[in-house]
Write a protein that binds this ligand. Structure first.
Ligand SMILES: Cc1ncc(COP(=O)(O)O)c(C=O)c1O
Length: 368
């Protein structure tokens, strides 16, 4: 903001949320749904959530009373889950690069993060490395598919490998599926909770933020086995009491949107993905094509800067485009050659970024 830069950093849309959703929120406020909701979620919303999992994934065992907890965004869903289920000294496996919150959430919960590398360009993990990360202290593994920042969509085979290790070591999968509908090129989202024996050892996290372009509403949820729901709800109660009451009513309406809403959401984002990939490649970034979520990881080695933070600063101040330094997503130094851009923006925003990036030249090249 200080430098008037085009913001391709944080993942929030700069276009409008669906009209029907905004109408539903207005209606709920006018109807005086303005007091504390049931701590673990308004009834209509929890029913809509349970219905969605049954319809979309055949998860007909999800009960609004026993499995669903509504939280202030999936951010709260993650910390409430971790505080609820982790004990000091537990270990949590996290794939690196990772969405920033997973490390601090684990540490705040008194547990120890144990990272397993996702290797570019395809962001695959080494099965032996994953196996080695599990031991008797492992209480859980965080999965994020479709993935921020890489755009990786975990395959059923990869999820089966993870599930096998969870069953072997009696560990919980904490699965952040907030980008489930933002998926490209015919890829399929597989919730790990649907795999054999995983319903009883998976906490699925999700929310309204990304699917309905309302990141400021702060409405999310967990789906957990009844054996864990009590702990999550208690932590949630003491953290926030409840998520915004009228927005939960609107959420119940959103979850009833017809299928074409979701196909059109993915199609629009795929067009923007292709546009930003083309822009970044033309401006000499090495890109890693995402298959889901709305980010593009890039390699910036060609520009000859000391590290990602120096380059990101230069890009904001001198070029006028903001992006996130890769090191934000790594515990190790591997992020120092990376930069993440987001494309949840209007065409005009991406075009303006394109125009500004003309100023950028790779090391050793000369300006014409
Ligand atoms: C992987 C991932 N999880 C969670 C969040 C935050 O979601 P919410 O707005 O529901 O708290 C984000 C936001 O960027 C994200 O990328």
């Amino acid at each position: 903001m200080l430098h008037g830069a085009i913001n391709l950093s944080q993942g929030f849309p700069d276009f409008s949320a669906p009209v029907e959703l905004k109408e539903a929120a207005r209606r709920a406020i006018a109807d005086d749904i303005n007091q504390y909701p049931i701590t673990w979620g308004a009834e209509a919303f929890r029913h809509a959530i349970a219905g969605k999992y049954a319809d979309l994934y055949g998860m007909d065992w999800v009960r609004p009373e026993h499995h669903v907890t509504v939280t202030c965004g999936s951010t709260e869903a993650m910390i409430a889950s971790m505080l609820g289920v982790l004990d000091p000294g537990d270990e949590v496996v996290i794939f690196e690069p990772f969405y920033e919150n997973y490390g601090p959430d684990t540490i705040i919960s008194g547990a120890v993060p144990h990272t397993v590398t996702l290797y570019p360009p395809d962001w695959i993990f080494d099965e032996a490395e994953l196996r080695d990360a599990f031991n008797e202290r492992t209480r859980g593994i965080v999965i994020n598919t479709p993935n921020n920042p890489t755009g990786k969509v975990f395959s059923r085979d990869e999820l089966e490998m993870i599930a096998t290790l969870c069953r072997k070591w009696d560990a919980i999968a904490i699965s952040d599926e907030i980008y489930e509908h933002i998926i490209y090129d015919g890829q399929q989202h597989v919730p790990i909770a649907t795999l054999d024996g995983m319903a009883d050892r998976t906490i699925t996290l999700n929310g309204l933020s990304k699917t309905y372009s309302v990141t400021g509403w702060r409405v999310g949820w967990t789906i957990s086995p009844p054996s864990l729901t009590g702990a999550i709800r208690k932590v949630h109660d003491f953290l926030t009491v409840g998520a915004p009451a009228p927005l939960q009513e609107a959420g119940a309406v959103a979850l009833g949107f017809a299928e074409d809403y979701y196909t059109s959401l993915a199609a629009h984002y795929q067009t923007r993905r292709d546009a930003l990939l083309e822009i970044l490649e033309r401006h000499h970034f090495t890109t890693y094509k995402p298959f889901g979520a709305y980010y593009i990881m890039t390699d910036i080695s060609a520009f000859g800067f000391a590290d990602d933070v120096e380059f990101a600063r230069y890009l904001v101040k001198d070029v006028g485009v903001a992006a996130v330094p890769g090191s934000s997503f790594y515990k190790t130094g591997a992020g120092r050659t990376k930069l993440r851009f987001c494309f949840c923006k209007k065409d005009a925003t991406l075009q303006e970024a394109d125009r500004r990036l003309l100023k950028l030249v790779p090391a050793g090249a000369t300006l014409h």
